[in-house]
Design a protein around this ligand. Structure first.
Ligand code: ATP
Length: 367
């Protein structure tokens, strides 16, 4: 059992900088929670607080029901995998993996057995006699994970463990870590700035910005119902388009209007927006809600949007269009790879009015 609770946790560094502000977050036992956010948002600080490598300025931190505010790192039954892997260069892989257990005074035969078992699990048995410098990046990453799992900790903390790997290895390692999480049945807290990594690995994702928690939810909920403009813009690639807009009542129907668009609202959104009256709002459109009419799915009722194509990126399974609207606003569309667009031409795309997001212009909260 290892649940984790951050209860009104604040971390103010000695220079007065507040890296984490009033964080309230519970990680359930056996959960794979991903902390995600841009550089400097406080992810690593949160992880270091949990590991006992930093002290809290305010609040309480619990592992299970035990307050660990002053509990030394070594007594927290936590293992951490760092971005740099922090392997000891003069030790072999075996010695690196065995080191923590030796410090704990575990008998040699037990150590050997646990290291072999972990090495088998991670497919690094043939590497046990090598030194870190004789390993590839992917192999080093596995050794760092191996060093953490031999100790059978109650919680794994991982700080961007895949950021040194090339794109292909990263995809493979992502799947391996997800599998490892299922096999071990242990609580994982995983830090990344990469929203794709967060979406693919986390059972839940906590989005941080400037030391403040923005939203905690499953990947799908974060994507479908972002709490505010920051989360909406951070989750999803290419990012959501934001356009200045106005709510307007036309013939008894609430619509959202921009310089280039006039969209009806679906009944649920119209209900939520009803209180906003004739107000300025921010309209959010995901790139995949803009369609090439020649390749649109089924019977979608699309609202036309005229734009000039400025860049076309062919990705094989899709094409990304960068467009400029008549009012100078720029938008990005994700369209079928079969779409035939050329730079400089003016095109008419279709907008799916069922997939519209609205945000309060002042608070930036979702409507
Ligand atoms: P990255 O993705 O770049 O690693 P992060 O989200 O992990 O970023 P943190 O390392 O937690 O961010 O840092 C959060 C903020 O706290 C940053 O603005 C950083 O400059 C600041 N910070 C970190 N460590 C200290 C320190 N020891 N003293 C003062 N400020 C610090």
């Amino acid at each position: 059992m290892a649940s984790i609770t951050f209860d009104h946790v604040t971390k103010r560094y000695d220079n007065g900088f507040v890296a984490v502000e009033d964080l309230n977050l519970t990680v359930a036992d056996r959960e794979f929670l991903v902390l995600v956010g841009p550089s400097g948002c406080g992810k690593t600080t949160s992880l270091r607080l949990l590991a006992g490598l930093e002290t809290l300025s305010q609040g309480n931190l619990y592992i299970d029901d035990r307050c660990v505010n002053t509990l030394p790192a070594k007594d927290r039954n936590i293992a951490m995998v760092f971005q740099s892997y922090a392997l000891y260069p003069h030790m072999t892989v075996f010695e690196n993996m065995a080191f923590g257990l030796s410090l704990q005074g575990v008998p040699k035969s037990t150590i050997a057995q646990q290291v072999r078992q972990a090495a088998q699990q991670l497919d690094i048995e043939p590497l046990l006699d090598r030194k870190p410098k004789e390993l590839s990046g992917g192999q080093r990453q596995r050794v760092a994970v191996g060093r953490a799992i031999v100790r059978h900790p109650a919680v794994f903390l991982m700080d961007e463990p895949l950021s040194n790997l090339d794109a292909k290895l990263r995809v493979q390692a992502r799947a391996e870590l997800s599998k490892l999480h299922r096999q071990l049945g242990t609580t994982f807290v995983y830090v990344t700035h990469d929203q794709v990594e967060a979406m693919t690995m986390g059972t839940r994702i906590a989005v941080l910005n400037q030391g403040i928690l923005q939203q905690v939810a499953s990947p799908q909920v974060l994507y479908d119902r972002p709490h505010n403009v920051f989360v909406a813009g951070f989750m999803g690639s290419p990012a959501m388009n934001f356009l200045p807009a106005r709510l307007r009542l036309e013939a008894g129907e609430l619509r959202v209007v921009t310089a280039s668009l006039n969209l009806p609202l679906d009944p649920d959104l119209a209900d939520r927006a009803a209180g906003y009256g004739d107000r300025e709002v921010i309209l959010g459109l995901r790139p995949e809600s803009l369609y090439d009419p020649a390749h649109q799915p089924g019977n979608l009722a699309l609202v036309p949007l005229k734009a000039e194509v400025t860049v076309v990126e062919h990705m094989g399974n899709e094409a990304i269009l960068y467009l400029t609207l008549a009012d100078g606003q720029e938008v990005v569309a994700r369209v079928s790879p079969r779409s035939q667009f050329t730079v400089g031409e003016t095109v008419t795309l279709g907008v799916d009015s069922q997939r519209v997001y609205l945000f309060d212009q002042t608070t930036e909260l979702a409507i």
